[in-house]
Design a protein around this ligand. Sequence first.
Ligand code: TXA
Ligand code: MG
Length: 343
Amino acid sequence: MPEAALPSASRPTRILDARGDGAAALEAARIIAAGGLVAFPTETVYGLGADAGNPRAVAAVYAAKGRPAFNPLIAHLPDLAAAMALGDFSQAARRLGTAFWPGPLTLVVPCRDMAAVCDLARAGLDTVALRVPDHAAARAFLEAAARPVVGPSANRSGHVSPTLAEHVAADLTGRIDVILDGGATPVGVESTIVDCTGPHPTLLRPGGIPRAALEDVLGHALPDAAADDDAERPQSPGRLASHYAPNAAVRLDADEVRPGEALLTFAGHRPPGTETAAIVFDLSPSGSLEEAAANLYAALRQLDAAGAEAIAVAPLPHEGLGEAIADRLGRAAAPRPLVPQGD
Ligand code: TXA
Ligand code: MG
C-alpha cells in the first residue's frame, strides 16, 4: 500500500503484467484511489500516474521524479467526453480532439475543474494540459481509475523518457508503487502539445502527431508558440534547456565519426570514420521515421549503457516525425543545467 510517511526511496515497487485480463488495471486503479503512484504504458512513452485531484499524490510524483514543481503535468483521460468536462474547448480544440484522440496529442485549454486537476498538477496555471492516450492498457487503467490521472514521463527528471517497463524500473524502483508492464511503447516520442488557449492554436512541443497532420485538420498553419521570456514561470516549461539527456555528450549533424565516438544514424547512412565507432545504432535501416522515433530513447540508453562518452548523430530528415526526433536530439545535445529542469 502507498504510505505517504515512507521516505520516497523506500516504497516497494511491484511490476504487474498489463497485457493480460483487466486485473492489473483494477489493482492499479485501487492504488491510484489510495493516493499511490502507478507507472503506465501509453502509445508514446510510459507515464507516472497519480490522482490529479490529490495534491499529496501529485507532490509525490514531483518528488519521485525529482522534477521542479513549476513544470505542470498532463492529465490523462479515457475519452474525449471526459476531457471536455475538464476544460473549455475552442472550436479548434474540439476539432483536434475529435480528429486525433485517442492518440499522441496533448491539448492545453482553459481549466474548468480546478479540483479534478489540482493547483500543484497545473503548477498554479489556470490552464490544463489534457490527453487521451491510444493504448489498450492505458485506457483500461484510466477507465478503472475513473478520475483524471497526471502522467509525466516515468523517468527521473533530466533522464531519457522510458519506452519499456524495464526503463521505468531502472529509474524509479523504490520510489513508486506499481509499474504496469505493457511492453514497448509503439510511438516512442512524447505527444505533440498544442496550446488552444489563445485565438489561434500554437505548437508548444513537436511530438507523435506531425505538424502537417494537425495543419490539415485545422485548415491553416500551426505556428510555434512564442518563445518563453519568463524563465521562472515558462508557458511550457518542457521547452526549457536540456533534458531527455543521456549521460554521453551528443554531437548533432555529424558528417564524420571522431575517434572514441559512438554513432547514431539512420537509413543505412555510414559517415566517414564509422569503422572506428565504438558502437553503431541505426534508428531505422529502412529509412522509416516512425521506426526511428520508436527506437530513439532505447538507442540513447543503449549507447549510454555501452559506455559511450560521446555520440555522433548523423543528419536525419526533419519532416513528419523527424521534427519531434530532431527536437529531442537537440535537447539531448544542449548544455546540461546544474539542477535538473526537465520532464
Ligand atoms: O506523451 C506524453 O505526453 C507523455 C505520456 C506519458 O503521456 N507525457 C509527457 O509528460 O511527456 P511530461 O510531463 O514529460 O511533459 C509534459 C509537458 C511539459 O513540458 C509541461 O511543461 C507541459 O507539458 N505542460 C503541462 N501543462 C501545461 C500547461 N498548462 N501549459 C503549457 N504546458 C504545459
Ligand atoms: Mg518527460
